[in-house]
Design a protein around this ligand. Structure first.
Ligand code: TXA
Ligand code: MG
Length: 350
């Protein structure tokens, strides 16, 4: 089976959405863009169709799927949401904030891995919204990457990885943000941040009052107690060993040394001048870095060097989500007070 590739543009927009929504209605799988990353979707009300998502991604059955909607009626169809919360969400949605809510019966248990909660997402992307609207049902859609691999931010990577695994791929180039939506647990008070992402914590605090930050949100593995299924799996990781140096002067020291020769350096434009050998420049500001991060992880896996090394970024705004992804992708995190060169040399071949 080879997926139908729908290269969408202004001229064939409706026709492409018609084809893709037919596939969703008939129980098939479609890869589509959102404003954050590409999703791999199926009719959320059809358990057989949802099973295909797990198979296509090699996703463990106990890792639940986000339900993606295109209007507020659909939110009410799938989950219990009170009026106060709804009022706030009308300011935020469509947008990159996903809510964990109590689910309604109509959502099959395969979608939520048997739990009584459901993650609801209302994406700010015309293609995604049109596809859901035209399909007439909410679409269950995790990120489109193969399980444990970096999320997909460019349709050509979706085609490369998924052509033989899904029914259709909407080919729409690069996405806007490059990191996934922020996930907020709204089933308890205070609300709790489960995953930082494209929607900033500063905005969450402004809208919802002070929110709680789950321990796992920073992305340190050793602090990770699996509170929700989604937190227990390794994510986003390149196949190569990636070393994160949290201290900036240690990072600069390492990348300007001879020892960095077998490493590809992932850094911003400002630090690029310190690197003597191979580098992937992530961008100038944190938005560019977010936009290019997963793309850079894929590039790292394809280049000729044996290892990768990456700098850290300030954890405000989208930077919090960026650092969560980088920590989760890292083989080893070199903390602020460590001698980076020494630690890397000691650990690179273990
Ligand atoms: O930006 C995004 O959110 C993207 C785009 C495609 O919409 N989607 C995405 O889905 O990132 P995914 O499956 O890669 O990440 C969703 C996370 C997973 O870690 C999953 O375990 C968690 O949300 N999740 C989903 N439903 C849950 C539930 N009922 N309880 C706890 N965690 C849940
Ligand atoms: Mg994912």
């Amino acid at each position: 089976m080879s997926a139908l590739i729908l290269k969408i543009n202004e001229n064939n927009f409706d026709e492409s959405i018609d084809k893709a929504s037919d596939i969703i209605r008939n129980g098939g799988t479609v890869v589509f863009p959102t404003e954050t990353v590409y999703g791999l979707g199926a009719n959320a009300y059809n358990p057989d169709a949802c099973l295909k998502i797990f198979k296509a991604k090699d996703r463990p059955a106990d890792n639940p799927l986000i339900v993606t909607v295109s209007n507020f009626d659909m939110v009410n169809d799938v989950a219990y949401i009170n009026d106060d919360l709804l009022k706030i969400m009308k300011k935020v949605w469509p947008g990159p904030l996903t809510l964990l809510l109590k689910k309604k019966k109509i959502v099959p248990s395969i979608v939520t891995s048997g739990m009584d909660t459901v993650c609801v997402r209302f994406p700010d992307n015309k293609i995604a919204l049109s596809l859901i609207e035209k399909s007439g049902v909410p679409i269950a859609a995790p990120s489109a990457n193969l399980s444990t691999k970096p999320s997909i931010v460019d349709s050509k990577d979706a085609i490369e990885d998924l052509i033989d695994r899904v029914d259709a791929i909407i080919d729409a180039g690069r996405v806007k943000y490059g990191v996934e939506s922020t996930i907020l647990d709204a089933t308890k008070k205070p609300y709790e941040l489960l995953r930082p992402g494209a929607f900033s914590v500063e905005d969450l605090n402004r809208l919802f009052g002070e929110i709680a930050i789950n321990e796992a949100a920073k992305g340190y593995k050793e602090s990770k107690i699996a509170l929700t299924p989604g937190m227990k799996y390794r994510h986003y990781a390149p196949s190569k060993k990636l070393f994160l140096i949290e201290n900036e002067s240690e990072f600069r020291k390492f990348i300007s040394s001879e020892e960095s020769k077998p490493f590809t350096v992932l850094c911003n434009e400002n630090n690029a001048k310190y690197s003597k050998y191979n580098k992937i420049i992530l961008g100038f500001d944190i938005y560019e870095v977010a936009h290019n991060l997963f793309y850079a992880f894929r590039k790292l896996d394809k280049d000729e060097n044996k290892y990768g090394v990456i700098q850290s970024f300030p954890e405000n705004g989208i930077g919090f989500g960026v650092m969560n992804r980088i920590r989760k992708a890292s083989y080893l995190i070199i903390k602020d007070n460590e001698d980076a060169t020494k630690t890397i040399l000691k650990n690179k071949d273990n």
